[in-house]
Design a protein around this ligand. Structure first.
Ligand code: PEP
Length: 252
């Protein structure tokens, strides 16, 4: 089963609308000859429609960094799945560790958000990962098991057809500490069999599992070469189009 790698850039709370459009256009230009790799960028909510309009008809896709699970209503400051869809968004990050850490995201809210995304045809990127303490206490696999099982509770196979999983050890995000090839390989193999146990072998084989955590142009090739790694979720190194393209073109 061949899975087209996805290289996704999470721009977090960086860049004004104008700066986001500039970087997106530069990136789209640099990506014009990219084949066999899907590229996605996730700017802030405010920049989404501007960026979407500026790189329409290029091979760079648009993602959002979050959504709220209700359809509409008195939820000051929130954005619904429908609104994202209307702004030209294709993917949405759900349960990023920064959302879990600073904004009280739980596996239950993650599950509701995945449902809301699927209902409008957005492709959810479910972010999971253990903290440093959890790894030291040898709880990595049980934490991941819970995040995946609870995050995907109640879904049928058809609903999850476009799900992407992103393994991001919290201790490797924005720290410059990358997980080793052995650590990533072990976890991705574990996740692949977990998806098989929870759903089916076909589903497990078709679902992309990204690695995220201090991916940069120097380590991308080694990380992307791991058998069960189907791309990357990149934070810091995705903010600069010239740097990000070297991750996207990790194979050349
Ligand atoms: C992220 O934000 O998902 C991430 C992996 O960040 P960084 O690449 O900066 O570690």
């Amino acid at each position: 089963m061949s899975r087209v790698p996805l290289i996704a850039g999470n721009w977090k709370m960086y860049k004004t609308g104008r700066q986001a459009v500039e970087t997106a256009k530069d990136l789209a230009q640099l990506c014009s000859d990219v084949q066999d790799v899907e590229v996605m960028i996730a700017p802030t909510f405010l920049s989404l429609p501007l960026v979407a309009a500026s790189i329409e008809d290029t091979n760079v896709k648009i993602g959002a960094q979050n959504l709220y699970f209700e359809k509409q209503g008195a939820y000051t400051g929130e954005i619904s799945a429908d609104m994202l869809k209307a702004a030209g968004v294709e993917y949405v990050l759900i349960g990023h560790s920064e959302r879990r850490l600073y904004f009280g995201e739980t596996d239950t809210s993650v599950c509701k958000k995945i449902k809301a995304a699927i209902e409008v045809g957005l492709k959810p990127v479910l972010c999971i990962g253990e903290s440093e303490t959890q790894r030291e206490e040898e709880k990595t696999f049980s934490i991941l098991d819970k995040q995946v099982s609870d995050g995907l509770k109640g879904f049928g196979l058809e609903e999850l057809a476009h799900l992407v999983l992103a393994y991001e050890p919290v201790w490797a995000i924005g720290t410059g500490k990358t997980a080793s090839v052995d650590q990533v390989s072990q976890v991705h193999q574990y996740l692949r069999s977990l998806l098989e146990k929870l759903f089916s072998k076909d589903f497990s084989n078709q679902t992309r599992i990204l690695y995220g955590g201090s991916v940069n142009p120097e380590n991308a090739r080694d990380l992307m070469g791991i058998e069960d790694v189907d791309g990357a979720l990149v934070g810091g190194a995705s903010l600069d189009a010239n740097k990000f393209i070297n991750i996207i073109k990790y194979n050349s």
